[in-house]
Design a protein around this ligand. Sequence first.
Ligand code: NAP
Length: 437
Amino acid sequence: MDSIRKQPLRLALLGCGSVGSQVVRLLRQQADDLTARVGAPIELVGVAVRRPELQRDADVPRALLTTDAHGLAARDDVDLVVEVIGGIEPARSLILTALEHGASVVTANKALLAEDGATLFAAAEKAQRDLYFEASVAGAIPILRPLQESLAGDQVRRVIGIVNGTTNFILDKMDSLGSGFAEVLEEAQELGFAEADPTADVEGYDAAAKAAILASLAFHTRVTSADVYREGISEVSASDIASAKAMNSVVKLLAICELREGAHGPAVSARVHPAMIPRSHPLASVREAFNAVFVESDAAGQLMFYGPGAGGSPTASAVLGDLVTVARNRLNDVRGVGESAYAQCEVLPMGETLTRYHVAMDVDDRAGVLAAVALAFAEHDVSIQTVRQEGHGDDASLVVVSHEATDAALSATVAALRTMDFVHDVTSVMRVEGDAE
Ligand SMILES: NC(=O)c1ccc[n+]([C@@H]2O[C@H](COP(=O)([O-])OP(=O)(O)OC[C@H]3O[C@@H](n4cnc5c(N)ncnc54)[C@H](OP(=O)(O)O)[C@@H]3O)[C@@H](O)[C@H]2O)c1
């Protein structure tokens, strides 16, 4: 321990809720090991909160608590700032203030990074300080630094993630119980897996922010949450789940980021929507509220990162990992990895994105129907991979799975099918990912 600097690195914590209180607990519990790993002690000098009177999970000394987050972020004697308040403001101003005053910053704030990461990266560059954010995507799972550092010598082509635990929990329960969305949502809320207002999770906003961050890092370009096509799971019906089962597939809310050839060079697409994936796909085995990110790259091939994607303690693990790195960098007077956005790829609109559709419909049980359905696909330049016909008479149904086509062509095909008089009802339309079994 001779090499340990006696003078501590001074840390300000902005926010002390689910994640922040676990950061305090781990800092305390592992103080000696952290000191040895960093090369100097980390001293907590202030904790900004909204309601100082509140009982905290961690035992935070009352003297450290302040409601003046700006004053704390602006202290010139602070070396490291952890932002775990969340949201856009005041988090953005606080991070910018901290960087301007010479602190290195660790944040878990996916919403802010996905909306306005460019401003934060520019400020970190100007201040020559670190900005680390591993905890912002998939909680405890190390995925951002593998993309930024371990895979920096490879070409990532595709990232597919289950990056929202709430929606995975709901879809998993719908699959195992055969229950409808509303019923399972209620159960998830009772068990604490879904918020009282579940919109951000259920409608895919949370996953879209993470998709923007993943796409930016994987393809060395800038993708914001506004660039990400988004559909949530509130429209997923028991009939969609049954259709998936019949194909030996499961329905998952996927964040899909791809590198494609665009009209003017490499282009990226980023989207979040429910999709059927075969049960044999590694992502199909991700159950309950777990997260996983599946990466495909030229040299490494297929990689899967799996683990708890949320929760105070798992998320604090990722925050602490970043904190140790930025603290070491401070001691060695170096900067870690900054923004890499040189590729400046065009972001493709959803209509131009290539995907596959599964379409189930109730149809008239008479000659010529199958041919007319096939013609509707052909007229939109969509070729069919499989057709399954089930039942007879009033129960006759057709299930078509397409080959890859643009999303615009596929949705136009479905719109055309809906107008045909022999199609009584289109009972399930869902995108399909992964090779069929
Ligand atoms: N929770 C997770 O599982 C998880 C997972 C991954 C990433 N994240 C990210 O981590 C961040 C924090 O999430 P969380 O779940 O810990 O949130 P949280 O439980 O709501 O905690 C937020 C904290 O910020 C404080 N705060 C709010 N507004 C403030 C203000 N204006 N000035 C000073 N303090 C303020 C709150 O103070 P009071 O306690 O006094 O109200 C609270 O301590 C978010 O960016 C979130 O997206 C969370």
